[in-house]
Design a protein around this ligand. Sequence first.
Ligand code: ZN
Length: 267
Amino acid sequence: MKPEEKPEEVEVIEEVEDIVAREAREKRMIDREKWKPKTSIGKKVWDGSITDIDYLIDNGIKILEPEITDLLLANLETDLLLIGQSKGKFGGGKRRVFKQTQKKTQEGNKPKFATLAVVGNKDGYVGIGYGKSKETVPAREKAIRNSKLNVIKIRRGCGSWQCGCKSPHSIPFSVDGKCGSAVIRLIPAPRGTGLCVENECQKVLKLAGIKDVWSKTRGQTGSKYNLIRACINALRKLISVKLHSRYYEQLGLIEGAAKVPEVKKDE
Ligand SMILES: [Zn+2]
């Protein structure tokens, strides 16, 4: 009896895997049916002739439809950054998602809401987007939409001389980023350090897939909008710097998503 049962079990497992794969595929199909692409790149992504977002980023093709990013990058996560502040005496109150501004008119004060969203797959791709509107909900939607259009690729590695483990848990070299007077420097850190950065930048680096980093800031870092932009500018430099091929192995460099899934050792 027993030798006959075994093949059945294998079949059951295969069936379950089939169902999981089919569900994932159906979910994508639904996304696809709702979306009617308008740009030529969008149509190519829709019919499946472009399956890799690297093709768009490497060739400098602008993503004009947020659904492109949705389809090409799996496991996208979004987060809103606290760039605003509630009103209060003595230097303001709690940090808020929405930055409220007002325009004085004859009819009275007209408020507007702005917010900054970050999107990433925790594996080498991240983007931020700014959205502003008369109400909070459309502002959020605009911000998320814009963040999907501005996705950038990150180069990761281990540039810390204390570690030298050749795995992409940190950044390969230190980079500076600037926006307004806010200047941020990201420095490679050994494994297990965590993200020693300001809170909002932490969210960005987390969604980019960087685990360990040290940082140093200068200037008016209280205006979070500029600080976050500076952080993104620093991340942009990681990929724009040209490196000799011998460093690729030395620093354990990867660009974008990890091709071989990393074994989680410290978790
Ligand atoms: Zn390391």
